[in-house]
Write a protein that binds this ligand. Structure first.
Ligand code: AGP
Length: 608
């Protein structure tokens, strides 16, 4: 959960490193640091706090122009945020500096071994063992050194390493942590993610595990741990720099909510050709679908909530049994998986440690893996048998919004696709659903256009300590997502509850003035939902209802009804979630919370 940037070229490395780290702060932001080489001396500047704290520290120094450097923005895993625990870490003689993202699982034994050999540690981090191992193995060749170092490491790592004895070159490697190479003209880069280097180059290498990268300003070579040369295909990035910037919005989250109509359109429309759903290179087809007798959907957080909607749709439309699992549970519960099981792994970042581990568990059991991810070339994407990308573009805000709604879009497409393959729906029924799907972006726009209505609700309820979200069926699954959004960015406690379950205990918490969101978009369950609303109303709750246009029955009982445009009930979730996203956003902004970087959270949870 950290961000790494590295540069070698003819320009001043410092601004490249700082600007790159700024684009990576979503990966971690409790400390930051850089290392450059000047007159064969290593300059290390690092600090606890935000990148702005590092810049302040640098402004007070005159480092001069260096053309090589590495940088790091940290999310603490071993060792609390502090100056000493910040990266880069060096060997004792300060001739080697390293930055690292990941967890060295055997660092304690390595640390003991190194200490017994006289190495003194300055920090509490696992990373520092890399710097001292490099010192121990250094033989004048950075590639050799790095290969020897990683041969000792267990766990996950993306490493950048420079040495004052090598002002013209540096090395890098990754295993189970993201790292890419940027290819410039007379300059080259490494970074944890594409936005960090997008302003310099669109040409990148997507690294595989244990590919050692050697960079000079004129070229990049890659080899395996036996120093066999590896030839890579250049990946041309389509994103423009704007796409990774705020684009004029106050927060990335607001920008990303407003991008939902477009990215949902992109995710859906490009897979509908001549009115039919088409997944390119997807091995599940009319022949192989009959080999699937069980589906698991495995994910974390918002991706898990999208999976809950997927379960409902696949079972209703395709009639294939589906189990939805939180990845951190799935990976340890010895799941019953075999070659007839399809495991759908959902992950925005494609790097979530628990989700990646769940994928590997399923693979060990011969399950067939379909990944639904947003980051091209991410670890989960590369280890799956099939990949369907959500085309949400970079999601920078920690709170997932457009990634979630594009994941729902894929669930809609997939469930319809499976249903048609299995003959559970006719071509006409599939076409009707497809037409409804194509109408979603416009309906999303209409919901987004009523942000001020939600902002008013936010200003009315932002001081609440507890807020409940109730729903039945698909509305219950959206209630879970709405509750998570509110908790993670406004810090208001919240619970999502199956409305029918309330009377089995939790209704005891409802008292005068308790705020309850009642999601009532599902026609078949409306009467039941109405009686649940009456139950909580009778106990003094303030009700904010979400219903489809034309439903007049809630006006007399709810304190406020937010109407979503008429839509096929099965597809309502993608509209219902938007007022909940916006409510969370406005409560958080009115409370003055750090919306894009909420406390205690990082965008990509790449450690257990
Ligand atoms: C969503 O708002 C959260 N930030 C978090 O729950 C997130 O959905 C979860 O960590 C999964 O991330 P992933 O989709 O990148 O795997």
């Amino acid at each position: 959960m950290c961000g790494i940037v590295g540069y070698i070229g003819s320009n001043d490395a410092l601004p490249v490193l700082i600007n790159g780290l700024r684009k990576l702060e979503y990966r971690g932001y409790d400390s930051a640091g850089i290392a450059t080489i000047m007159n064969n001396e290593l300059n290390i500047v690092k600090t606890k706090g935000r990148l702005s704290d590092l810049e302040e520290k640098l402004n007070g120094m005159n480092l001069g122009k260096s053309t090589i450097g590495i940088g790091h923005t940290r999310w603490a895993t071993h060792g609390a945020p502090s100056d000493l625990n910040s990266h880069p870490h060096t060997n004792m003689s300060k001739t080697i500096a390293v930055v690292h993202n990941g967890i060295i699982e055997n660092y304690i034994e390595l640390k003991e071994e190194l200490q017994n050999k006289g190495y003194k540690f300055a920090s509490e981090t696992d990373t520092e063992v890399i710097a001292h191992l490099a010192d121990m193995y250094y033989n004048g060749d950075l590639i050799d050194t790095l290969i020897k170092v990683i041969s000792r490491l267990k766990g996950s790592y993306a490493i950048g390493m420079i040495s004052n004895e090598h002002p013209e070159d540096f090395v890098a490697v990754r295993k189970d942590s993201p790292l890419i190479v940027g290819l410039g003209t007379g300059e080259n880069f490494i970074a944890s993610d594409i936005p960090a280097i997008l302003e310099h180059t669109r040409k990148i290498y997507l690294l595989e595990d244990n590919e050692i990268v050697h960079l000079t300003k004129s070229g990049v070579t890659i080899c395996d741990i036996n120093k066999n040369k590896i030839t890579k295909e250049i990946f041309n990035v389509e994103w423009d720099v704007e796409a990774a910037e705020k684009g004029g919005y106050e927060h990335f989250m607001l920008k990303e909510m407003n991008e939902q109509p477009k990215v949902v359109h992109d995710t859906i429309a490009q897979r509908i050709i001549n009115g039919k759903i088409n997944f390119e290179n997807f091995s599940v087809n009319r022949d192989t679908i009959k080999d699937i007798n069980k589906i698991f959907i495995v994910a974390c957080g918002s991706a898990y909530h999208a999976g809950m909607v997927g379960k409902y749709l696949i079972e209703h439309l395709a009639e294939i049994p589906v189990e939805v699992d939180i990845a951190s549970e799935f990976r340890y519960r010895n799941p019953i998986v075999d070659e007839k099981t399809l495991i759908i792994i959902i992950s925005q970042s494609g790097e979530t440690a628990d989700t990646l581990a769940a994928l590997r568990e399923a693979k060990k059991r011969n399950g067939k893996i379909l990944a639904i991810v947003n980051v091209v070339g991410s670890s989960i994407a590369r280890e799956a048998d099939d990949v369907i990308y959500t085309w949400a573009g970079p999601e920078i805000a920690v709170a997932s919004t457009k990634a979630y709604t594009t994941q729902l879009s894929i669930m809609y497409l997939l469930s319809t696709y499976f249903a048609e393959l299995k003959g559970k729906i006719t071509t006409n029924e599939a076409k009707k659903l497809v037409d409804e799907l194509l109408d979603i972006p416009e309906k999303l726009k209409s919901v987004m256009s009523r942000a001020s209505e939600i902002k008013e609700l936010g200003s009315k309820y932002y001081k609440e300590r507890d807020i409940f979200f109730l729903g039945r069926g698909l509305d219950y699954m959206v209630a879970m997502e709405g509750s998570l959004k509110l908790k993670e960015i406004s810090y208001i406690h919240s619970e999502a509850y199956a409305a029918g379950e309330l009377k089995h205990g939790t209704i005891a918490l409802i008292e005068q003035g308790t705020v309850v969101f009642a999601l009532a978009t599902q026609e078949a369950l409306f009467e039941k939902m109405l009686s649940n609303i009456k139950e909580v109303k009778a106990r003094g709750a303030s009700i904010i209802a979400i219903a489809q246009e034309g439903n007049e029955q809630l006006k007399d009982i709810a304190d406020h009804v937010f109407y979503i445009p008429k839509i096929e009930d099965k597809l309502a979730s993608i509209l219902t979630v938007v007022p909940l996203q916006m409510f969370a956003y406005y409560c958080a902004t009115i409370k003055g919370c750090d919306v894009d970087k909420p406390r205690n959270l990082a965008k990509s949870v790449t450690v257990e």
